[in-house]
Design a protein around this ligand. Structure first.
Ligand code: GLP
Length: 263
């Protein structure tokens, strides 16, 4: 796991955006795995700017989002599909037909999971998966106790996640407590994973992800087994890491090596 600790949320977004820009520059038909939540928003704004300035193009790219609320169709203002349209897709040169989210309105949600897996497979698999993280270590909507080799399926949200996400809903609005989410096994098959975390509220989850045991109690800890994961976190999210100084030292050493190799 590559751990990059930066001074603030803006630096985290900038570093993450550079990875996605490089990915698109190297492979314009990249398959991007995308995430919702508030953390990726600043990164999306940077990608929108880069697209407007013609530094990158999404015209040949395709996307797969991690998750969707069960019971909401894509036109619902609270659906993650709607969120993605508003926050990213409507502002870049991507073909909407090439953007995918699990079908929250599927008649048979159990089948919808298998169909999503099939779609990812036929798209060639995910080149790079963006992740945020929940306070309890969830990724996508894979809550603690999720099977670490799970595939896209229906998942029940914890009370903690429902409360964390309540800020996006008005008091009298229906808030779903079920979701359809890529599994941990699905995420682990992405060729590259980039996880962003900012703020004190994520410090326990980051500690468990990096320094905890590999455990379904913290689903993100499965990334310890992934061959190409970069954690980009700010000082607050890194504040509970016991070996923070060592992770920074590794990054400085990596930097020196890359400079020596002219990369
Ligand atoms: C939701 C999403 C996750 C996201 C998490 C954290 O539960 N399903 O993909 O990582 O929220 O969101 P935020 O970035 O707003 O803290």
């Amino acid at each position: 796991m590559k751990i990059v600790i930066l001074e603030n949320a803006d630096a985290v977004a900038a570093y993450g955006a550079e990875i996605f820009k490089r990915q698109l520059a190297d492979k314009n038909d990249s398959v991007l795995g995308l995430a919702t939540g508030s953390t990726p928003l600043a990164l999306y704004r940077k990608l929108i700017d880069a697209n407007k300035q013609k530094q990158i193009s999404f015209s040949k790219a395709s996307t797969f989002n991690l998750d969707e609320y069960l019971g909401l169709d894509g036109n619902h203002p609270q659906s993650y599909r709607h969120f993605m349209n508003e926050q990213l897709f409507d502002h870049i040169d991507i073909k909407l037909d090439n953007t995918h989210t699990p079908n929250g309105a599927a008649e048979n949600p159990l089948q919808a999971g298998d169909e999503y897996e099939q779609l990812i497979k036929s798209g060639g698999g995910i080149d790079i998966q963006l992740l945020g993280i929940g306070r309890n270590g969830h990724v996508g909507f894979n809550e603690p106790s999720s099977c670490l080799s799970s595939r896209t399926r229906v998942k029940t949200l914890t009370q903690a996640t429902i409360e964390d996400n309540a800020r996006f809903f008005s008091a009298d609005e229906y808030q779903p407590h079920l979701s359809i989410t890529m599994g941990i096994g699905t995420i682990m098959e992405a060729r590259q994973v980039v996880l962003l975390a900012t703020g004190e509220s994520k410090a326990d989850a980051i500690k468990a992800t990096v320094e905890g045991p590999l455990s379904a109690s913290c689903p993100a800890s499965a990334l310890q087994m992934h061959l190409s994961t970069t954690l980009i976190i700010d000082e607050s999210a890194a504040s509970k890491l016991a070996d923070k100084a060592f992770y920074k030292h590794i990054e400085r050493e990596n930097q020196i090596l890359l400079e020596r190799l002219g990369m």
